[in-house]
Ligand binder design. Structure first.
Ligand code: GLP
Length: 268
């Protein structure tokens, strides 16, 4: 794992935006894995700015979102499709027919929907860079604790903690879905690079469990310990439970020097 600790959340977003723009400027048909939640909103803002002010084009990009609520209409304000349109898709030149979310309505078989999502990812050559947040319980996507580390896209029931954490995003009278389709942990592990962003004190324990805890289905993000190219971008608060805080900062400085000498190499 490459662990990079920044002073604040804005710097985390700036760095994540550099990763995304480096990929989409250098690859013919890049495939992005996208995440929802409050953490990546500032990344999407940066990308919209880069599109408007630096000519960053998304017209050759395909994307796959990590998850989507079960049986929700795309035009429902709470759908992750709406989230992506509000924060990114409607503000850049991405071809929205190349943007995919793991949808599943009541009339569809979740198992079949999961399999076809996996097939579509394969068909487009796999995900180059998967953006991730982390739940306070260590979930990635909607892979709640006890999710199989070998799981693929499927339907999951959300835990009470996740429902409570996310209830802030629902207005009074709006129904909060309790089930979601999500990429599995093995789906995420197949991405060539994963970029996990975590900010704020309420993520400190999950971050510490992910990095220094046992590889365990009880902390799904700990699976990233087995990923060859996992990059963890943290602000100081999210990193505050890490005992080796100073080592990570020092190692990052050393790696920057190596990169300056030999160049940055990402094998997408
Ligand atoms: C949600 C999403 C995750 C996200 C997590 C943290 O439940 N399914 O993909 O990483 O919550 O969200 P936030 O960034 O709002 O803390």
């Amino acid at each position: 794992m490459q662990i990079i600790i920044f002073d604040n959340a804005e710097q985390v977003a700036e760095n994540a935006a550099q990763w995304v723009s480096e990929l989409i400027r250098n690859k013919d048909k890049p495939v992005l894995g996208l995440a929802t939640g409050s953490t990546p909103i500032s990344l999407y803002k940066q990308l919209v700015n880069k599109h408007k002010n630096e000519g960053l084009s998304f017209n050759h990009v395909s994307s796959f979102n990590l998850d989507e609520y079960h049986n929700i209409n795309a035009d429902n304000a709470q759908s992750y499709r709406s989230f992506m349109k509000d924060h990114l898709f409607d503000h850049v030149d991405i071809n929205q027919s190349n943007t995919y979310l793991p949808t599943c309505s009541n009339s569809q078989n979740p198992r079949e929907q999961g399999v076809s999502y996996e097939k579509k990812i394969q068909e487009l050559g796999g995900i180059d860079l998967q953006i991730l947040g982390i739940g306070a319980n260590g979930h990635i996507g909607f892979n709640e604790p006890t999710s199989s580390l070998a799981s693929r896209t499927r339907i999951k029931t959300l835990t009470q903690q996740t429902l409570t954490d996310n209830s802030r995003l629902f207005n009074e009278g709006e129904e909060q879905p309790t089930m979601a389709m999500t990429m599995g942990i093995a789906t995420i592990m197949d991405a060539r690079y994963v970029l996990l962003m975590a900010t704020g004190k309420n993520k400190a324990k999950a971050v510490n469990d992910m990095i220094t805890g046992a590889l365990s289905a009880m902390c799904p993000a700990s699976a990233l310990q087995m990923h060859e190219n996992a990059v963890i971008l943290l602000d100081k608060e999210a990193a505050s439970d890490l005992a080796d805080h100073q080592y990570y900062q020092w190692a990052d400085q050393q790696h920057r020097k190596i990169n300056e000498t030999y160049g940055f190499y990402h094998n997408y």
